[in-house]
Design a protein around this ligand. Structure first.
Ligand code: SF4
Length: 182
């Protein structure tokens, strides 16, 4: 029997339709898929280590204060996003060091909004520390990349074992460091 496309499975799950094997992808999973597939696998197993340590996991804390006055939070099924007053989705990151994963996370939000809520909007990727912000548009090419990534995420998280560790410049600040290098 042919297996259902993970993109279809995700959409049916998000729409609340009956699915044999529900499949969910969060924004963090989309980000990790582009940062480190091993990290994605650990995240998919709900391994939580030392999240309170500010030196761990590429700091998300800066999000809490930057742009507060202009944005509203929206929870929609698998995603939780911040909207600017003009309806654009904003993703705030502490630095531009990992721009590609951040853009894919934001593109996933835009894709999900379009697919599930029939809302078409643009995104803004902001790095307040660097006083820089960039517009992200959901082009056809980006839609294809998002859908390919959803299939890739499914491949990673369906495996019984995590992918092997491959050293990266940011391993020292990763929550799963000890699982890889001790
Ligand atoms: S320590 Fe490095 S290889 Fe291990 S999960 Fe984190 S980023 Fe990936």
């Amino acid at each position: 029997m042919t297996e259902t496309d993970p993109v279809t499975r995700l959409l049916e799950t998000a729409r609340g339709n009956p699915v044999d094997n529900p499949f969910r992808v969060t924004g963090v999973m989309m980000q990790y898929y582009h940062v480190c597939k091993r990290e994605l696998w650990f995240e998919s197993r709900n391994l939580e280590i030392d999240r309170e340590n500010p030196t761990v996991v590429r700091g998300t804390r800066i999000d809490n204060t930057a742009y507060d006055e202009n944005r509203r939070n929206l929870h929609l099924g698998m995603i939780s996003i911040d909207l600017l007053e003009d309806g654009r989705v904003i993703e705030v990151k502490p630095s531009s060091a990992l721009t590609k994963p951040a853009k894919m996370q934001l593109s996933y939000y835009l894709w999900y909004l379009e697919q599930i809520a029939e809302v078409t909007t643009d995104g803004v990727l902001a790095h307040p520390k660097e006083r820089n912000r960039e517009s992200v548009e959901l082009t056809d090419e980006r839609k294809m990349k998002v859908e390919d990534a959803i299939r890739g995420i499914y491949d990673v998280v369906s495996k019984e074992m995590p992918p092997p560790a491959v050293e990266k410049p940011f391993c020292d600040s990763c929550a799963y460091h000890d699982f890889c290098w001790c």
